[in-house]
Design a binder for this molecule. Structure first.
Ligand code: NAD
Ligand code: WQD
Length: 337
């Protein structure tokens, strides 16, 4: 199976390319390198012993997408490309709608022209807004609390309407919870530019000495220790979820929606402790005010994916932290240029 992986140089995309290769599939990466480095591809090759075709391009370039899909006889598309920083999206909503929404529409239009009718889309638990209860199942009401989340919700809605008009397509919406961790080799991992927005890259940069302390955003939430609770999932488990989606429903007409999470909630302080244990380093932190827009707790009911995709997250919190530390300690400045 030949799979076009938009955003394949990025954090989740690169780990998924490795698992595609391990599963005997052929990824072709399409990425504009806006938030990634070309050296990622060398790391994929180092880990798998296989080279991956890379096309440098923007998903808003329809002609290049059509040409790439036809030239490589693409069977399915996994669509990771997009912008993902919540805070930035508040300041730059147009850029987010242009990249994430218009970009996806151009991609689907290009797929139609190239005769490719199987799509897996990177959605997010953010589409559940502030959920009324936990765990969250796929039929919970959706809403958006910021432009990034709205862009994901808009894409889901556009794809739902598109699917209603084109029911022979296979369209899969994967709603990720909180991806963390790295490839166990230590050769690939998350490499945020500038100050990390997400918890675990920040924690690991404190442990490696790049930052002085972590600000814990709020300790007065109605949770066991007062800090926010999330469903952290190992990026390798998440990557495997994409392979399962391609294998089980990727050739099956339908609009398929799945949560990809572990079903367990961990607090910010749980994560700090687990990381200290895995790294043997102290992670200094200070309690800070709540971050605007944050919710108290969020975790998945992933039983639908377990039943239909026969997929289940298996890697522990300890493994997520150990692998993150392996990557961070061996690549303290991230990927080379
Ligand atoms: P990432 O930034 O590491 O990867 C995204 C990749 O897409 C980058 O390599 C970037 O260069 C590329 N890209 C961006 N805009 C592009 C464009 N217009 N044309 C071509 N390439 C473009 O992000 P990630 O963490 O790997 O996330 C992948 C996807 O998963 C995103 O759609 C994100 O919204 C979604 N997601 C991420 C998380 C998370 O916490 N990391 C959670 C839920 C959903
Ligand atoms: C986790 C917890 C913070 C940083 C975001 C997006 C979501 C999805 C995943 C893409 C929260 C706390 C964080 C810090 C902290 N992305 N925290 N200090 O907010 O659950 O989800 O990323 O789709 O859409 O909203 O993840 O890693 O930012 O935060 O105390 O420096 O860590 O308050 O409780 P979040 P996160």
């Amino acid at each position: 199976m030949k799979v076009l992986v938009t955003g394949g140089m990025g954090y989740i995309g690169s780990h998924t390319c490795i698992q595609l290769l391990e599963a005997g599939m052929t990824p072709v990466i399409f990425d504009n390198l806006y938030n990634s480095k070309v050296s990622v591809n060398e790391r994929i090759q180092r880990v798998t012993g296989q080279s991956v075709e890379f096309v440098e391009g923007d998903i808003r370039n329809k002609a290049l997408l059509v040409d790439t899909m036809k030239r490589h006889n693409i069977d399915s598309v996994i669509h990771f490309a997009g912008l993902k920083a919540v805070g930035e999206s508040v300041a730059k909503p147009l850029e987010y709608f242009d990249n994430n929404v218009s970009g996806t529409l151009v991609l689907v239009d290009a797929m139609r022209d190239a005769g490719v009718t199987s799509l897996v889309f990177s959605s997010s638990a953010t589409v559940y807004g502030d959920p009324a209860s936990v765990p969250i199942t796929e039929d919970f009401p959706t809403s958006a609390t910021n432009p990034y989340g709205r862009s994901k919700l808009m894409v889901e809605e556009c794809l739902t309407d598109f699917h209603a008009a084109n029911p022979q397509w296979s369209i899969t919406l994967l709603r990720y919870f909180n991806p963390v961790g790295s490839h166990p080799s230590g050769d690939l991992g998350e490499d945020p530019q500038g100050i990390p927005n997400n918890l675990m890259p920040f924690v690991s940069q404190v442990a490696v000495g790049r930052r002085e302390f972590l600000s814990v955003f709020g300790d007065d939430y109605p949770t066991p220790d007062g800090t926010g609770v999330r469903d952290y999932i190992h990026v390798m488990d998440l990557a495997d979820g994409h392979i399962a989606a391609l294998n089980k429903v990727g050739q099956q007409a339908g609009l398929h929606i799945f949560n990809l999470g572990t079903g367990n909630g961990s607090s910010v302080l749980d994560m700090v402790k687990a990381f200290e244990q895995a790294s043997g380093k102290t992670v200094a932190y200070k309690i800070a005010p709540r971050r605007p827009g944050d919710i108290a707790e969020c975790w998945a009911d992933s039983s639908k994916a377990e039943t239909i995709l026969q997929w289940k997250a298996t890697r522990s919190l300890q493994q997520m932290c150990e692998d993150t530390w392996h990557w961070q300690s061996e690549n303290p400045k991230g990927y080379p240029e």
